[in-house]
Design a protein around this ligand. Structure first.
Ligand code: AMP
Length: 586
């Protein structure tokens, strides 16, 4: 069986993991870090950069970078980067490509299969888009797993003998999930989950930015459009101040001008109390899903044995204080909140791969939201449409397949357009439309002619809808047509081919890193007379790698190769292996 790698595709950072020698382990990227910023940049010559290099570029050239695109997954929205248009799916596939290359370098073998984590509150469109991003990156997505479930798997794996109720509170960069679960005899049962897919650490940064700009009579959204450099600098400043609260207790935010230059006289002093006041409306939105998950699971807060915090934004003192007050206990932080989801993805990969280390473990998950169809209702002889009829109720254990009976509205009705929704409201207008299924050639009959509708929700959180006319036995099924991110197989093939054409940044290329490492090793080998000359050639090459200028880069590479050759320590690429690079990074 092919090796399966775990991927936490985060709003702000992404991580990669693998189950090795009986344990989940994280895979470092080319810079030796486990966190790869989910940021894409395009250099002037069209080359694509991913991760730390793109994050650096964002400060000076925000218009040539894209970040926080996870929030647009599953939508038609296109994002302009350096004059080119991308969907969030495509940008995510670039991040996945970079992670795959890192994993291949670390493991020394091809990576073809992955488990990808998504927020529990991701809807069908967003999950489909995530799967497609994997396909575009040449990866088979073996399982899509909810982020809090992955976090619970990490704790569950390390605490298999325990019997307890756990609450996972996951506040990432862009999403918020709460999951209640029970562990007993190696079984990990998800009881209920709730959340918001548009609430995360970035909203806390946005509120800080909006507060600073408001003092100057400016509005965040318009300033972002009109003065991108100013908002890019201010974002960095607010992000830093927000993080500093954790370590120093105090911080300040300087206001940059339109050119991005800081005015030292204009600064907002920040302390935990001021911060708590600014983010008060967001904290109210944090409380609701926690109450909902507890209510759905019929579990009072006192029954929770451990609270697990996941996602970088749970580091905010305001979050930790809120959790401690609400549950009357200190949260458990035995794992790094940035890493616990990725580690759980590796445990899930081990479960799929039947690894002996997890053969005593069982995990059950739930469908996080209600799924249903639009129906009409009759009140006093008047028929009104727009009502929502659930087929699968939220927090039902998955996989699940449920059938409901519906009927035609009028005599001899030939067609029904079945509208499929997700959500909890009584009226469909307040729920999310997932797609439609057209049922045709209904044989003539009275109003109320029977139509059976079956919803099947699989372990990946993907929905299949099927309708059947019992009178003829004819079946209709979908793949919902409203997946705005869906591509036909030809479109997908074109997208995959386009991906192959995109050039990556030389700094991210292992081949070039190998050359640098070799050069560095030779610095100690060559005589003192040549040392400086070799160091200079390496410096020029490293500089060229970070510039992204192809011509400059080629010249610098040739210069370094010739220098090595002249010094009698010529570089033979075939002698250097990926292991050398990975070994050096570890
Ligand atoms: P994730 O999607 O899990 O990578 O979430 C990252 C989010 O966590 C971002 O919004 C960060 O601003 C936030 N974050 C990370 N570290 C800290 C910290 N020390 N204090 C406050 N927020 C943090």
């Amino acid at each position: 069986m092919d090796l399966i790698v775990g991927i936490d595709l985060g709003t702000t950072n992404s991580l990669c993991s693998v189950f090795k020698d009986g344990h989940p382990v994280l895979i470092p990227n080319t810079h030796g870090s486990f966190l790869t910023p989910s940021v894409i940049g395009i250099l002037e010559d069209g080359q694509i950069v991913v991760g730390a290099s793109a994050k650096e570029l964002r400060v000076t050239h925000p218009e040539r970078t894209a970040s926080v695109f996870k929030r647009s997954m599953g939508t038609d929205r296109t994002i302009e980067v350096g004059g080119q248009s991308f969907t969030a799916t495509k940008l995510s596939s670039l991040v996945l490509c970079a992670l795959r290359r890192d994993a291949e370098a670390f493991l020394g073998c091809r990576v073809k299969e992955v488990v990808v984590t998504v927020p529990a509150y991701f809807n069908d469109n967003q999950r489909q888009a995530t799967k497609q991003a994997g396909e575009m990156a040449g990866l088979k997505v073996r399982r899509i797993i909810n982020e809090p479930t992955a976090a619970a798997l990490t704790y569950g794996f390390h605490d298999r003998g325990a019997e307890k109720h756990l609450m996972v509170i996951d506040l990432g960069g862009g999403t918020f999930d709460v999951t209640l679960m029970e562990i007993f005899e190696g079984t990990l049962e998800i009881i209920s989950t709730a959340g918001e897919s548009m609430l995360g650490g970035e909203d806390f940064t946005d509120r800080l930015m909006a507060t600073v700009l408001k003092k100057e009579g400016l509005h965040l959204e318009t300033t972002e459009m009109k003065q991108p450099l100013r908002t890019a600098r201010l974002r960095e400043e607010c992000e830093m101040a927000k993080r500093q609260l954790m370590t120093d207790g105090n911080s300040r935010i300087r206001l940059p001008d339109a050119q991005g230059t800081f005015d030292e006289s204009k600064a907002l002093q920040l302390n935990p109390d001021v911060f708590a006041k600014i983010v008060q409306p967001l904290m109210r939105r944090i409380r609701d899903p926690i109450n909902k998950a507890l209510r759905d699971g019929d579990c009072p807060p006192e029954k929770i044995d451990d609270v697990i915090l996941v996602g970088g934004a749970t580091r905010m003192p305001v979050m930790q204080k809120f959790v401690a007050d609400f549950f009357k206990k200190r949260p458990l932080v035995s794992f790094n909140p940035d890493e616990v989801v990725a580690l759980g993805a590796a445990v899930q990969a081990a479960l799929i791969g039947d690894d002996a280390a997890v053969d005593e473990m069982v995990m059950t998950d739930v469908c996080p939201f209600t799924l249903g169809v639009e129906v009409a209702k009759e009140f006093g002889g008047r028929v009104s449409s727009g009502y929502y009829q659930p087929v699968i109720h939220r927090n039902t254990t998955i996989p699940v397949s449920r059938e409901e009976q519906f009927g035609t509205m009028v005599p001899n009705q030939q067609e029904v357009l079945l509208m499929v929704y997700q959500g909890e409201s009584r009226k469909v207008a307040d729920n999310l439309c997932l797609g439609e299924l057209r049922i045709v050639d209904i044989p003539p009959g009275p109003a109320g002619t029977e139509i059976l509708v079956r919803f099947t929700y699989d372990l990946n959180g993907l929905l299949e809808v099927e309708a059947m006319l019992p009178s003829t036995g004819r079946k209709f099924n979908t793949v919902l047509t409203n997946h705005s991110s869906s591509l036909s197989s030809e479109e997908l093939a074109t997208a995959v081919a386009e991906m192959q054409k995109l050039k990556f940044y030389p700094r991210d290329d292992l081949q070039h890193q190998r050359l640098v490492l070799y050069g560095e090793r030779m610095v100690g080998e060559v005589g003192p007379f040549h040392r400086q000359q070799l160091e200079d050639a390496i410096d020029v090459f490293e500089h060229a790698m970070s510039m992204g200028d192809r011509e400059l880069f080629d010249r610098a590479r040739l210069g370094l190769l010739m220098t090595l050759e002249q010094m009698g320590v010529g570089y033979d690429e075939t002698d250097e292996t990926d292991e050398d690079v990975a070994g050096d990074r570890r």
